[in-house]
Write a protein that binds this ligand. Structure first.
Ligand SMILES: Cc1ncc(C[n+]2csc(CCOP(=O)(O)OP(=O)(O)O)c2C)c(N)n1
Ligand SMILES: [Mg+2]
Length: 673
């Protein structure tokens, strides 16, 4: 602490040189913002961010979330100073196989908690992490979580993104005084100066939203230090430090004139002589820019020693807590192990012929009782999306009280999704969040990032089809299932389906779907549930087969003349149609496919045994026909789906009008013969 300002400035210049050099070598990237933000990140890492250099995934560490992922060269430069990246790795920025990717996602072992590629999401993740820390402090009593500070770094782009309003509202409403956000306000963005698109008083805006706000010179280490000191003392609210930063600080053009405050440095190398002049101006050697100055190395060596002592002190506190609370300590270790919780599903009793959203409520009720580190959220629909099954067993978070486990997110689906992802990134908790399926559209950008980062968030989407009915087409999902099922086809970087998507066919399938969701610690899970009641699948159905993604429903005939295929409530419509077909003497098999992605992971033999080639097939989906066309090839049959937006009417009328009836199944199947 209290390092000489001259050394801090030298270190910030070192980061500027490293960031500019990495971009120069890569011939691509963003030097300007990185150079402007270097002073803040340097003060943060050299004097405040608390972590254990020898145990990077220590649960009680402070966390740094970089919203503008394009400023990755700044973070990598910083992490070179702390020894998490080598200068050679920095010099291979953005190259094939290099750990220094364009916009790093998540790699806590290398000091990357997250950076957001899509601007705005990153700081909302930090809000989620801050909620998780509050939750863990309240639910375990381990003092380490109360000492954690979550730092977010946001830029003009993130402030402009609408999600910043949701993130700011939630952080303030929940009194997240463990969150400190730095706004790199450099008045420059990609195409224009910021004033062209923004004339708000951001400080006043955040004050109105309930934040503690300071405005400082973001390139002045003394002011940065004082601002962090003050922000750490704020209680009951989150803290914002608006740093007026100079884009491209220290940059010179090829003719030696200033290259500061220039949009061109946002997203392109400084280039040739401009780069050389800049490095020289910052005290470096243009021929050897990938270098750490001796005094800067000493600064960070000393910080590492200091951090080891700080961590040792915190470990001692944690140990004292663990000794006094042995059972909780074992439980907490389990929460951070990444292992799926053990759940006694026999405690879930399902009602016959129930809607799957209500069946989901029965599961959530059991989860609230059995999984003490689960957090369930809803975007102001808890009594409709039936996350109230969970809520009834706990209570919602409020400022100063995180003893509950329910997160009322308000009407902000994207923010809610990002907060839940931030909780997952923090670790120690299992987040789930619910809303209507049609509003998954507001969440897609987050779901994609959850899939890319392999975060096991559970997305609960109810009111799965046009049978929302009276609310009309704005509320009736049609193409949404096909969209989310595309994520089952997209593989993550570990070769797994990037999202597990499950749309169960009745109440008991719903229990199985939830069991799969809770067991899935490797990817996000999407659970798609009906609003309306659904007739049970036939007596004797072997529900354990849901785990295969698709299976033959009980009561199916051997050597079928036709195979009927669906997911969700359409399976029961097929069952009703099958009765009519059987009355005609046809042999019928009904196949339920809650997850095509999971089904495609089974052996070819199994897939063939369920859907043998050459046998006539008929699929029915309340979504677009394409939802099922992967399972029902045109050469073997047809798919009945919805090809337009839905309509406003009671759902039973819609079923009749749109052909979702036993009679239409009978008619369509007969066309195949
Ligand atoms: C959601 C989203 N939209 C657009 C982009 C592309 N983009 C990357 S940086 C940027 C401008 C951001 O300006 P600012 O945050 O001020 O960064 P600075 O120019 O100061 O580095 C844009 C539009 C993005 N990454 N994410
Ligand atoms: Mg900017």
């Amino acid at each position: 602490m209290a390092n000489p300002i001259s050394v801090l400035n030298h270190a910030a210049d070192n980061i500027r040189i490293l960031a500019a050099a990495a971009v120069e070598k890569a011939k691509s990237g963003h030097p300007g913002g990185a150079m402007g933000g270097a002073d803040f990140i340097n003060v943060l890492y050299s004097e405040y961010l608390t972590y254990d250099p020898e145990n990077p995934t220590w649960a009680g560490r402070d966390r740094f979330f970089l919203d503008p992922g394009h400023m990755a060269p700044m973070l990598y430069g910083q992490l070179c100073l702390t020894g998490k990246f080598s200068l050679d790795e920095l010099a291979s920025l953005r190259q094939w196989g290099s750990p220094t990717t364009g916009h790093p996602e998540v790699d806590p072992c290398r000091g990357i908690e997250n950076t957001s590629g899509p601007l705005g999401q990153g700081h909302a993740l930090a809000v989620g992490a801050a909620i998780a820390a509050k939750f863990l402090a309240a639910h375990t009593g381990n003092p380490t979580f109360a000492k954690e500070t979550i730092y977010a770094y946001i830029s003009d782009g993130g402030v402009q993104e609408e999600i910043s309003q949701g993130a700011a509202r939630i952080a303030s409403t929940l009194g997240l005084d463990n969150l400190i956000m730095f706004y790199d306000s450099n008045d420059i963005q990609l195409s224009t100066e910021t004033k062209v698109v923004m004339n708000e008083d951001t400080a006043a805006k955040y004050r109105a939203l309930g934040w503690d706000v300071q405005v400082i010179d973001g390139n002045d280490a003394v002011q940065i230090r004082a601002a962090i000191e003050k922000a750490k003392k704020v209680t009951g609210k989150p803290a914002l430090i608006i740093g007026k930063c100079i884009m491209g600080k220290g940059a010179l053009k090829e003719d030696g004139s200033s290259y500061e405050r220039n949009c061109k440095t946002h997203g392109a190398p400084l280039g040739g002589d401009a780069f050389k002049n800049t490095v020289r101006n910052l005290g470096g050697d243009p021929e050897n820019p990938f270098c750490i100055f001796d005094d800067v190395k000493a600064l960070y060596d000393a910080r590492a020693e200091e951090l080891k002592k700080l961590a040792a002190g915190r470990y001692a506190e944690e140990k004292a807590w663990a000794t006094a609370n042995p059972e909780k300590a074992v439980q907490l270790a389990g929460w951070f192990s990444g292992k799926a919780p053990e759940i006694d599903w026999s405690k879930v009793t399902q009602k016959d012929n129930d809607s799957t959203r209500s069946a989901s409520a029965a599961c959530l009720s059991a989860l609230a009782e059995q999984v003490p580190n689960m957090i369930c959220a809803s975007a102001d629909l808890s009594n409709s999306d039936k996350t109230d099954g969970f809520l009834k067993k706990t209570h919602a978070f409020q400022a100063g009280d995180f003893s509950g486990a329910f997160f009322q997110a308000g009407v902000a689906e994207l923010t809610m999704a990002c907060c839940c992802m931030g909780m997952a990134l923090h670790g120690g908790v299992i987040p789930a969040c619910g809303t209507f399926f049609v509003f998954s559209d507001y969440m897609k950008p987050a779901v994609r990032m959850a899939a890319l980062m392999e975060l096991p968030v559970k997305f609960i989407w109810t009111h799965d089809a046009f049978r929302v009915g009276e609310d009309g087409p704005t509320h009736e999902p049609v193409e949404q299932e096909a969209q989310i099922r595309l994520m089952e086809k997209l593989k993550n970087h570990h070769g797994k389906n990037s999202v597990l998507v499950l749309r169960p066919a009745d109440a008991k399938e719903t229990t199985e779907a939830w069991a799969l969701a809770m067991a899935n610690t490797a990817t996000p899970t999407a659970l798609i549930f009906s609003r309306q009641n659904i007739a049970n699948l036939p007596e004797g159905n072997d529900y354990s087969q849901v785990a295969k993604g698709g299976y033959i429903v009980a009561g199916s005939d051997a050597d079928p003349d036709v195979i009927l295929v669906a997911s969700g409530s359409e399976v029961s419509t097929l069952e009703a149609g099958a009765k009519l077909l059987r009355a005609d003497g046809k042999k019928v098999r009904v196949v339920s496919v809650p997850s095509e992605g999971l089904f495609r992971q089974q052996s070819k033999e199994y897939q063939q045994s369920v859907l043998p080639a050459g046998v006539k097939k008929f699929g029915m989906t309340a979504g677009l026909p394409v939802t099922l066309q992967g399972l029902v090839p045109e050469s073997e049959g047809s798919v009945w789906g919805l090809e337009s937006f839905g309509f406003s009417a009671p759902y039973k009328v819609l079923d009749e009008k749109l052909g979702y009836t036993a009679e239409n199944v009978y008619a369509q199947v007969n066309k195949l013969f």
